[in-house]
Design a binder for this molecule. Structure first.
Ligand SMILES: [Zn+2]
Length: 363
């Protein structure tokens, strides 16, 4: 779960179906090689520049251009407009990047077109700004290297006329005009007008049902498109890495190489992430042969499941639905805002937020 606070503009199917049922009896290594060479969605296919900047502002790629690219929060430096544990002394997460406006009308209102970051389809449009910290916002769905990735554009002044859910859009196609809409008490000033841009993984397509049961009586105006069901990755690092590597960039490789915060075991073999993010599963032939009892999962500091390994019952020590296997203390110290794990009497355990995330992930 993401417990974004004020600045947040508001978490398949037989699990190992692809790994167990459909797999030939030949060696898994050979199978992996075969998949790599022949699959229509090979995990390691290198795709050219999957993401584009969502506005004409390109200062991100200029030396010392950060001030001209990111908008900080009131009275803070540009770093507070980047992704991560960048607010409230590191204890508040900002799950996107805030991109500065380049052009204004005679009243000082932003007029920058906002463009689709990649080819995709429209997943959600909110044009009732009073219902979200995001104000007016759009979510697009993309398929990149076998991963279902979502991009989100918030605080929009207006959404392009006629844009509809399910409609296909091309990378670079204008979808909206930048603005400063939000339902927060203090609002966003005209001066700080920006697009809040996220790249997300979708935690669970049964979110709305889970939310209703877990938080009875609480409002959920956006169904599955609640920010808590979208797990952000860092657009700045991804855009810079793409810029550096060109068509050698791979999103799957990027995710696999992220620093892990902790490692957990979940006693579930059938949850949507396994299908939606199958390229992040690391094969374990021994467990698949013996019978998969659950998954070992590496989480990054924002709770994104970056690696999943099937495990057999004999490979797991301990009982319980969720077991904390390890904690990267240096990473927890550096990026603590999600409070996924907590230290009690000298030992680490899953905190309420960590448990909620795993409940939603495996729901
Ligand atoms: Zn923002």
């Amino acid at each position: 779960m993401r417990w974004r606070t004020a600045s947040r503009c508001d978490r398949p199917l037989k699990a190992a179906r692809g790994l167990t049922n459909g797999r030939p009896k030949a060696s898994v290594t050979l199978f992996a090689l075969f998949t790599l060479l022949t699959s229509p969605f090979p995990a390691l296919t290198l795709s050219a520049q999957p993401f584009q900047l969502p506005t004409a502002n390109r200062a991100l790629f200029e030396k010392g251009g950060e001030d001209r690219f990111f908008v900080g929060t009131v009275g803070k430096t540009w770093e507070s407009g980047t992704f991560g544990c960048v607010r409230s002394d590191g204890w508040q997460i900002h799950e996107g990047i805030d991109i500065r406006c380049l052009q204004r009308d005679k009243h000082g209102e932003p007029t920058d077109p906002v463009m689709a970051t990649a080819d995709g389809t429209v997943a959600y449009i909110n044009t009732r700004p009073s219902l979200s910290n995001y104000g007016n916002y759009i979510i697009l769905r993309h398929h990149i290297e076998g991963l279902e990735i979502y991009s989100l554009y918030a605080h929009l002044q207006s959404v392009r006329d006629g844009l509809k859910i399910g409609q296909a859009v091309k990378a670079g196609e204008p979808i909206a005009i930048m603005g400063h809409t939000a339902n927060t008490h203090q609002g966003i000033s005209k001066d700080r007008a920006h697009v809040h841009f996220e790249l997300d993984l979708l935690v669970n397509d049964r979110f709305a049902d889970w939310y209703r049961k877990t938080f009875p009586g609480q409002r959920n105006d956006h169904g599955n498109w609640n920010g808590q069901n979208l797990n952000g990755i860092d657009p700045r690092l991804i855009l810079l890495e793409q810029h550096r590597l060109g068509d050698k960039f791979s999103l799957v490789n990027y995710l696999r190489s992220e620093t892990e915060l902790c490692r957990v075991f979940v006693r579930s073999t059938n949850f949507p992430w396994l299908k939606r993010y199958a390229p992040l599963i690391k094969p374990n032939p021994a467990a698949e042969k013996a019978g998969v009892a659950g998954y070992e999962i590496a989480l990054d500091f924002n709770g994104v499941a970056i690696e999943l390994i099937p495990r057999s019952a004999s490979e797991i020590k301990g009982k319980g639905k969720f077991i904390l296997l390890s904690v990267n203390e240096a990473e927890e110290k550096k990026n603590p805002a999600r409070r996924l794990v907590t230290q009690r009497s000298g030992h680490w355990e899953l905190g309420t937020h960590g448990l909620n995330l795993l409940e939603l992930l495996t729901y």
